[in-house]
Design a protein around this ligand. Structure first.
Ligand code: ATP
Length: 415
């Protein structure tokens, strides 16, 4: 059986991954979980997400399907925050994963779907499901079961003891830096070196103590054992589509649509523009089409790269299009345009900069009575190198592939 769950938490508390973790434990007497449970991130532009648009699914081998469904309903009733205005839980139990479910997952990653589309597919395929309140979680629950993972990473999520929920988390940050030192680049997004902050723990009242992301279950365990913290209640290792860029579509500027994430190629048109609040924009153009690209304030040091772009630079941008603006997650600088500077000649005697001798009259030095023809046009040094640049871990979208995972290309990773 394949069990999918989504939309059980609210900003105030709880977490769908925690519900799944407790449910998997309760189901031990009824069956065996096969492989790793899946932590699936869906379209980051979905309107009703609480935080990172996550859903969970896992495979269970059991000969007591009715008892399993009963246990799952109980867990949803007990561990969902039904008071949340935007909490609309969905529970799906499927006997198999069909191509239509896989196609539904790919759409849920890249498009905005209606609850009715999930309901129609569930009915047509005869899949058991329960929607609570509006049942919007059926979208994520169904998509999480249909998730195929041609590329994947892992996340080890560690949960807090219940009496500690909503209290400040006790984590020895020195040990987190030590864990990062020992396991990076096989783990990532644990710390943010630019800001000097630990970024792998939430600050909200939910049950998550922290999550360690990486490419290898053994290394995640090493990192976990290095970290000193308050006692944990449980931990679960998830296989996930995080850090894979699976939300990114190859596109063209002329054809982009709202609420979708793209990789687009083009050239920089005009100088980057800063606005109040520390946000930075530039226009990307390709043929006759143009698109606004943004590095918002939370992308911190990434903006200092964007600021160095100049008209004519050829780039490839990655990010989600919202309000007609692409929110940059990464940029690949393919070719730097030649920039020129004009140099006013220096006096051959005293070495000082000469001054204009009048329009079209060249330059002169009054003191030494020297004269020179025109200014010199020289190719300026660019302070920027080609290659990939990314936003820092603190601003990273869950689905965005960190540069530390990109092989065979020139990268400038941020951590
Ligand atoms: P958390 O990360 O804390 O688990 P969340 O950010 O995952 O919270 P949810 O509570 O899961 O937020 O809410 C997201 C809602 O959006 C769910 O009901 C889910 O079914 C729905 N959803 C997911 N993907 C899409 C999509 N592509 N189109 C429309 N709705 C979607």
């Amino acid at each position: 059986m394949f069990i999918g769950i989504d939309d059980t938490d609210s900003e105030k508390g709880l977490c769908t991954t925690y519900l799944a973790a407790v449910l998997m434990e309760r189901l031990r007497s009824l069956g065996e979980v096969k492989g790793f449970p899946k932590l699936i991130r869906l379209n980051p532009c979905a309107r009703f997400k609480t935080r990172g648009n996550a859903a969970i699914s896992f495979e269970l081998e059991s000969d007591r399907p009715e008892d399993v469904k009963e246990e799952a309903i109980q867990a949803v009733l007990e561990l969902s925050d039904f008071s949340g205005v935007n909490t609309n839980p969905g529970l799906v139990v499927a006997e198999r994963v069909t191509p239509r479910m896989e196609a539904f997952y790919r759409r849920a990653l890249t498009e905005i779907l209606e609850i009715q589309e999930a309901r129609d597919l569930l009915d047509e395929e005869g899949i058991w499901h329960r929607g609570f309140k509006k049942g919007r979680g059926l979208i994520g629950a169904l998509a999480a079961i249909g998730a195929t993972l041609p590329d994947f990473t892992y996340e080890l999520i560690v949960y807090r003891e219940r009496q500690r929920w909503s209290t400040p988390r006790v984590i020895d940050s020195e040990s987190v830096w030590e864990a990062d030192e020992r396991t990076y680049p096989d783990t990532w997004d644990t710390v943010d070196r630019q800001s000097g902050r630990v970024v792998f723990a939430p600050h909200s009242g939910d049950p998550v103590l922290f999550g360690i992301r990486g490419r290898d279950p053994d290394v995640l365990e090493t990192a976990f054992r290095t970290i000193r913290s308050e006692p944990s209640e449980r931990r679960v290792l998830y296989i996930t589509n995080q850090g894979t860029d699976s939300h990114i579509l190859d596109g063209e500027i002329a054809l982009v649509r709202e609420d979708q994430s793209y990789r687009l190629r083009g050239s920089v048109a005009g100088e980057p523009r800063a606005i109040a609040g520390g946000h930075l924009f530039f226009t990307l153009q390709d043929g006759g089409s143009a698109l606004n690209c943004a590095a918002f304030e939370p992308t911190k040091g990434f903006r200092s790269i964007v600021k160095l772009l100049r008209p004519g630079d050829e780039v490839e941008v990655y990010g989600a299009v919202r309000d007609e603006t692409l929110n940059l997650e990464k940029i690949n600088i393919l070719r730097l345009a030649e920039q020129h500077i004009h140099i006013v000649p220096a006096c051959p005697i005293c070495g000082r900069r000469m001054e204009s001798a009048g329009r079209g009259q060249g330059y002169r030095c009054r003191r030494c009575k020297t004269h020179a023809e025109g200014r010199k046009r020289e190719v300026a040094d660019r302070e920027l190198e080609t290659g990939f640049y990314e936003v820092p871990p603190s601003a990273r979208r869950h689905l965005a592939k960190p540069l530390v995972r990109m092989m065979g290309v020139r990268t400038h990773p941020s951590r």
